[in-house]
Write a protein that binds this ligand. Sequence first.
Ligand code: DC
Length: 227
Amino acid sequence: MPHPKTIAIDGPAGSGKSTLGALLAEELGYLYFDTGVMYRAVTLAAIQEGLDPMDEIAVGQVAQQIRIDVQPPSVNDGRDYDVLLDGEDVTWAIRRDEVNAYVSPVSTYAAVREAMTEQQRRVARENKVVMVGRDIGTVVVPDADVKIFLDAAIEVRAHRRYQELVERGKDTSFDTVLQSLKNRDKIDSSRAISPLKPADDAVVIIADCMGIQQVLKKARELIFNAG
Ligand code: DC
């Protein structure tokens, strides 16, 4: 298969973009970079410092000061990568409820986006990468060789996310998951800077009735044709 350098995958929470990105990266031998972890790490850093995550100025300063590293997994506990916040392993801590609750507002802050976008562009310059997020094809790497926007109906996404959480032993309800996804969709799509939307030249895949193997097949075709 010919190898384009940068593959951008965007889409809303629960669309399956992380699963697709991780599998494609493994298949191609590319770096897999899930950019959502950076916004999560900033949110966690603010909480750990005892700041109010809604304090845009303070959180913006935190984003400029911290170091976030995403590395190959060092522990075999189901993770796809290690996330280090100033050297501390926060791979699972960034998935906590309090981070989920604040990460969307934090990701609307201009200073936060500026700091994260700069780091993401550096990774794209230096690596062959499958980069997953909300604004990769529109803002971070607008000249990516392949742009996929993976979407699915909110009920389908909520159902998948609910199943994942139950499998991880989390005590939650379908309605809680659905409501939380609705809130995040609303904030992610309506923010002023880099809102969630397909790039004009992205291929939109609606995965309502597609399993991961079908989505992978479609993505492989796009990559092949771009090579
Ligand atoms: O993909 P995720 O659920 O881990 O993303 C967490 C939040 O980060 C989500 O609310 C949107 C934001 N995000 C973003 O604004 N831009 C990106 N490139 C990736 C994530």
